[in-house]
Design a protein around this ligand. Sequence first.
Ligand SMILES: Cc1cc2nc3c(=O)[nH]c(=O)nc-3n(C[C@H](O)[C@H](O)[C@H](O)COP(=O)(O)O)c2cc1C
Length: 387
Amino acid sequence: MAHVIVGVTGGVAAYKSGEIVRAFVKAGDDVTPILTRGAERFLGTRTLEALARRAAPDDLYPHLADADLLLIAPLSANTLAKLATGIADNILTQLALAFPAPIVVAPAMNTRMWEHAATQHNIELLRQRGVRVVGPAFGELAEGEVGTGRMSEPTEIVEACRAILNQTGGGELVGRSVLVTAGGTREALDPVRYLGNRSSGRMGFAVAAEAARRGGSVTVIAANVALAPPPGVEVINVVSAAELADETLARDDADLVVMAAAVADYRPSAPEKSKKKKDEGNWTVAFERTQDVLLELGRRQRPGQILVGFAADEGEQGLAAAREKRQRKNVNVIVFNDVSRTDVGFEVDDNEVVLIGPDGETRVDKRSKEECAVAILDNVIPLLASA
Ligand SMILES: Cc1cc2nc3c(=O)[nH]c(=O)nc-3n(C[C@H](O)[C@H](O)[C@H](O)COP(=O)(O)O)c2cc1C
């Protein structure tokens, strides 16, 4: 159970803060709501106090001492500016200035307010100081305009807070660095065309989200993933296999590395410098091998580190090849995916995998990729503990 202070400022999205408070209370957390006077124009203090099952404090200091996290949602442009400059003219801004634990903010405002140079400067200052910023999202705003400025969904905000609380509190991966690759690389044929694969990144993002939920400090190397980043996770975007190799190998000291990305094995050896014009003839392209990142990680593996690779292959023969790959590449666990099936694997919601580890094999029956991620980490974390 954590103690969370939920600050609410004056904006239309203030009504959603009730949902946020409820989600924390439901999870067993202790919530102290603090509303600015601006927020009270949108929401009754009593409503939040009732949802939190406790009154906003008159004396802030005892709450400061034992709070694990301060969330401000929604965060108005006005309070953001105060936080950026250190103004402490109300109970919430005083608290933020003296707060010793992590701060999470979820800005919400009109698109033009959000895009204004002053606001962008202020939010960047907060980021630099280690404040976690969730959103804002793109969508329809209260005034009927469409743009960036909507407060992120309460579930996303609470998840981001949960990931941080796990990092600073309980969780099996607390104090562990986790590196996950996700998505599918693209290899240029010319400046506008590429060869890619059908990996959506959903499996890798699910592993990253689950690792963050368990308290890991998680970085995802994302190759062409069109999904929203998992809350509480650092995402580094890459395009090609070479970029993925560079970013991954630069972080080869992570405690747990999960290579879920579909990385190209071959790339055009001499991509065209400008767009190839259509003519009557065929186009023959020569390919060269890309770097085998998993093999290289296996070579570099340090004591105490756990490596997990994925093998997308077909049927029983593919499974046998995956067993061989585990040995040859010196990785601890291979997650075998049967890509001959259309109901699991690439571009679909479900997966069915076989986990090939040092102590035998575990078949994980068809289930959502999120549930597969849970099974994978349940399988791998004991290895990390004993490595
Ligand atoms: C109807 C209405 C809606 C508003 N919505 C927002 C909003 O979504 N975001 C924002 O930053 N300010 C919004 N404002 C302006 C703030 O309420 C105003 O800047 C106020 O001083 C914020 O005070 P606070 O930051 O102390 O809560 C709105 C004002 C009104 C009257």
